[in-house]
Design a protein around this ligand. Structure first.
Ligand code: HEC
Ligand code: HEC
Ligand code: HEC
Ligand code: HEC
Ligand code: HEC
Length: 158
């Protein structure tokens, strides 16, 4: 009898230990995330990230046209905000790990307010919604996958 209780508490104790350890050690950050959730006003998009990279044979750089080194990715929104407003103007500098990224838009890494002629041409940089629609649907139109006026809810949740 006592032996049985001992065994049961041992098992319970061990599973608890395993759970605690599993919880304490964060899983290694995935190099190719399985799924990416993209929340937006058109309805959440559950993007099958790994399937795209592995089964649809799209190259990382087809989508990550900037900033995919060492398995880390700069969020698209760092450069493609919902709009180029004051919030972006004042805060975007903090979104980048190094000065090299500045040169994607600026002629040289700025340190203070910009003179008229030094400002990036925002007409040539798509906003977030446009960047995603152009990228996702542009490729689908050529290589298969949902695009166009009837396809909204193949990507967006209702
Ligand atoms: C079809 C387009 C596409 C392809 C191909 C693709 N990605 Fe991504 N990836 C995305 C999008 C979109 C995001 C989300 C970015 C965001 O949230 O701003 C993302 C996010 C990521 C993230 C960050 C995830 C996070 O949770 O922060 C990593 C890391 C990443 N991708 C690595 C890769 C690697 C490595 C490859 C190639 C093996 C790859 N991706 C191929 C579109 C793609
Ligand atoms: C470091 C800044 C930066 C990051 C990060 C970035 N982009 Fe861009 N992107 C730009 C700039 C600047 C342009 C303007 C056109 C050009 O200079 O290539 C652009 C252009 C684009 C275009 C239009 C291309 C064309 O041919 O018209 C698409 C689509 C796009 N980006 C999608 C994305 C997506 C999706 C992500 C995230 C996976 C992303 N971008 C991440 C800076 C960035
Ligand atoms: C996706 C393009 C993009 C990238 C990348 C980018 N910037 Fe900018 N930056 C802009 C735009 C657009 C403005 C606003 C221009 C205007 O006022 O019309 C701006 C404005 C600025 C300003 C002036 C802010 C003010 O108060 O007027 C500074 C300083 C600046 N950027 C620094 C940086 C630094 C430093 C980096 C890199 C770490 C960087 N930017 C990367 C697009 C970018
Ligand atoms: C470089 C090419 C490419 C890009 C970029 C791309 N896709 Fe796809 N996508 C495909 C291909 C190829 C298929 C498979 C078509 C088929 O087999 O019918 C697909 C299928 C899909 C499907 C239906 C099947 C599934 O896996 O869910 C959805 C939804 C989808 N893509 C969403 C997206 C979204 C959202 C983006 C942008 C973040 C995106 N795709 C960017 C190539 C691309
Ligand atoms: C191939 C997949 C795909 C299709 C098809 C698609 N979208 Fe999207 N849509 C996206 C993604 C990805 C985003 C960006 C998500 C984010 O901002 O994180 C987006 C963003 C949006 C947004 C918010 C940003 C903005 O521009 O205001 C709206 C609204 C939207 N879509 C409406 C639509 C409508 C309406 C249709 C059909 C005519 C459609 N979408 C078709 C993938 C798709």
């Amino acid at each position: 009898m006592q032996r049985r209780y001992f065994l049961i508490s041992l098992i319970v104790g061990l599973s608890f230990l395993v759970a605690v350890i599993g919880y304490a050690i964060p899983p290694e950050k995935e190099k190719v995330p399985a799924r990416v959730v993209l929340d937006n006003t058109g309805g959440r998009v559950l993007f099958s990230h790994r399937t795209h990279a592995e089964e649809y044979h799209t190259d990382c750089a087809d989508c990550h046209h900037y900033g995919l080194e060492g398995g880390t990715s700069l969020p698209c929104g760092a450069c493609h905000p919902p709009e180029f407003n004051d919030e972006f103007r004042l805060n975007h500098q903090k979104a980048f790990p190094d000065k090299a990224a500045c040169l994607r838009c600026h002629d040289e890494a700025p340190t203070g307010p910009l003179a008229e002629g030094e400002r990036p041409d925002i007409e040539s940089i798509p906003t977030r919604g446009d960047a995603f629609h152009t990228m996702c649907q542009g490729c689908h139109e050529q290589g298969g996958g949902p695009f166009g006026a009837d396809a909204c809810y193949q990507c967006h949740e209702r």
